[in-house]
Design a protein around this ligand. Sequence first.
Ligand code: ZN
Length: 202
Amino acid sequence: MANKSPSSKPTEAAEEPKSTPVDVGAEASSTSRKIYPIVKYGDPILEKQTPLVKNFDAELEQLTEDMFASMYAAQGVGLAAPQIGLGLRLAVVDVTSGKNPEARIVLANPEVIHFEGEKREEEGCLSIPGFRGYVVRPQFVTVKAQDVKGESFEIRGEDLLARAFCHEIDHLHGILFIQHLSMLKRDLIKRKIKKLRKQGEW
Ligand code: ZN
């Protein structure tokens, strides 16, 4: 999910500063990570169901670290594997944008097991840069998932965290936030993206 930044407006005029992340070599040093480019709307991988994570190994650990790095680089608060072109039921969330290491959440095979209340807030997506829209989400959700080691856990989220969980879990089922908008608003965004694509700007 895209972070709220002062430049973010609900119009197409808002420009995402980091919409074209570049790869940096993971071999540069032990702390540098692979920054994946974010897959944009239009790529079919964003609208597919994902297979379950089965291998909880060192490779998965590396991948989640790279996903956090890619998410921070893109100034997001959540990133799902399909957004880096990977069909896998895996997402990372950090609503503190890297400020608190303890707020880093890896969600492997997550599912919402309880939700409560409603909240209508503006939402954006790293895969649909420059576009935002109001989406009603539960105010509280409880998610059941596995961590990077495969251990099951439950986590409760409120407000932005609940929204981020729902947004990322949607991604893992091929659902984008624009599907929660009115048909009118959704079609408007789709038309604008089509135009951008024709101009080679998407
Ligand atoms: Zn998203």
